[in-house]
Ligand binder design. Structure first.
Ligand SMILES: Cc1cc2nc3c(=O)[nH]c(=O)nc-3n(C[C@H](O)[C@H](O)[C@H](O)COP(=O)(O)OP(=O)(O)OC[C@H]3O[C@@H](n4cnc5c(N)ncnc54)[C@H](O)[C@@H]3O)c2cc1C
Length: 424
């Protein structure tokens, strides 16, 4: 952590955590408005208490995204016992009885088998790890039967228990050209921003976009925060996922406040669309299937609107684009949520760790009923955490690495010397 070592943070580790280098002016406005709305300031969400408002800390280094590839993989790429195969898609786990012996992957139109002497680690994420297990014949019997996949091991929890943070956005136009968007009035400044990024790794191009943070309670009776804010000094819509939405995000000036339900009770599932390993998995998030989730989201939209109505925003506030001023009653807000809310990309739980019949992995992340097969990714979380999922997934991987090394040492002590491992 670039702020230095504390009771809660270390220094010098692979995952660099930094403060925003050049926060947008509107992010400070957001913090001021949220305090005005009655929320408390908290300079470290990962410290003694999560609750409060602050700019986010980022996984960045030198003003650039500090991904797990940069933090963990790139420094060891020249190890003789590591081979990274890219542009490849694993199509199934190879099995001998209940033992995983390797994987098959597809690359440049070829299907290639690769053996694992010790064990196979699936790390395909909460969508793809359960898909890969099912494609390999490990999963709910009905789902495999539906797609004509021979059953190798019945495990009803594979793909079930999908949880995600549903997110709604309150979006405003900004009447001053101070947000991250591009306009004629800031074209010269944008050119300067490009140079300050290229030369010094400073300026608005170091933004993570969702600069302002908040963990708050939908009502004071909550024991812990159940809503999360992400403030973006840009007017987003549907995360810019197609050309027109991207143009809306980039051009002109605005700002937006995301609000998500941190502790959803709804559960979805991952299934198969087909037995074809190149087909996408079936994703059924089942958002809002539990009525409490809709109630929390309605409170969240109202809380976000209260922040954006604060005096601090008066000099900047333009028209509310979404939901729009016509949307006022609870029923109208619910309709808006059903129409516009979407993922904030935190799917977990589809190969959950546990001890009940729906658990997929045990407390060493080994797949129940199988040998030499683990899952190490966000899918093993039994319950969605109340925050962003990247660092917790890295923590799961660190813990798994320690357990794998420990079991390897135990095997070495008993005289076995098998070393290879296939990781997907
Ligand atoms: C757009 C977006 C924004 C996000 N923003 C944040 C954020 O700001 N903060 C935060 O904390 N979290 C964020 N997250 C969530 C975070 O990225 C995830 O929680 C985290 O990456 C989960 O790690 P994982 O290892 O489980 O899965 P992943 O990171 O998805 O890793 C799985 C890997 O397996 C590969 N793979 C899958 N199937 C196969 C196959 N069959 N063959 C070969 N390879 C395969 C995938 O290509 C991928 O590289 C975001 C996610 C998204 C999508």
């Amino acid at each position: 952590h670039e702020r230095g070592a504390t009771e809660f943070h270390g220094v010098g580790g692979p995952l660099n955590v930094a403060d925003l280098r050049s926060p947008n002016l509107l992010t400070g406005v957001y913090v001021e408005a949220a305090l005005e709305a009655g929320y408390v300031r908290n300079n470290d969400f990962s410290g003694a208490s999560q609750e409060g408002i602050s700019p986010y800390q980022l996984t960045q280094k030198n003003g650039e995204r500090w991904s797990v590839a940069r933090g963990y993989l790139h420094p060891v790429l020249d190890r003789p016992n590591l081979t990274v195969i890219t542009n490849a898609r694993t199509s199934r786990v190879l099995l001998e009885g209940k033992r995983a012996t390797g994987v098959t992957y597809l690359q440049s139109g070829k299907s290639i088998d690769i053996g694992a002497e010790r064990e196979v680690i699936l790390a395909g994420g909460a969508i793809n790890s359960p898909q890969l297990l099912m494609l390999s014949g490990i999963g709910p019997e009905d789902e495999l039967k539906r797609h004509g996949i021979p059953l190798r091991h019945a495990l009803p929890g594979v793909g079930q228990n999908l949880q995600d943070h549903l997110d709604a956005l309150i979006v405003h136009k900004c009447v001053k050209p101070v947000s991250l968007g591009i306009s004629f009035s800031n074209l010269l400044a944008q050119t300067k921003h490009l140079f300050s990024y290229l030369l010094h790794r400073t300026g608005p191009l170091t933004t993570n976009s969702a600069e302002g943070g908040g963990f708050v309670k939908s009502d004071p009776g909550q024991a812990i925060p159940d809503l999360q804010f992400h403030f973006t000094p840009a007017h987003l819509d549907e995360h810019g996922r197609n050309l027109s939405r991207a143009a809306f995000t980039m051009l002109g000036h605005g700002y937006a406040l995301h609000v998500c339900d941190l502790r959803p009770k709804s559960r979805g599932h991952i299934g198969l669309k087909s037995a074809d390993p190149t087909a996408d998995a079936l994703i059924e998030p089942n958002y809002l299937s539990h009525p409490d989730d809709m109630n929390t989201m309605v409170k969240g939209v109202k809380a976000a609107r209260k922040v954006l109505a604060g005096k601090a925003f008066d000099p900047y506030r333009g028209v509310e684009i979404f939901p729009g001023r016509a949307v006022q009653s609870d029923e109208q807000i619910k309709a808006f949520i059903r129409r516009k809310a979407g993922t904030i990309y935190h799917p977990v739980g589809t190969c959950k760790m546990g001890r009940d019949e729906m658990a997929v992995v045990d407390d060493t992340l080994r797949v129940y009923g199988m040998q030499a097969l683990r899952v190490v990714d966000a899918s093993i979380m039994p319950t969605l955490i109340g925050g962003n999922t990247n660092a917790p997934t890295v923590m799961i991987a660190e813990k798994a690495a320690a357990m794998i090394l420990q079991s390897r040492r135990a095997t070495a002590d008993t005289g076995s010397d098998r070393t290879a491992m296939a990781q997907v």
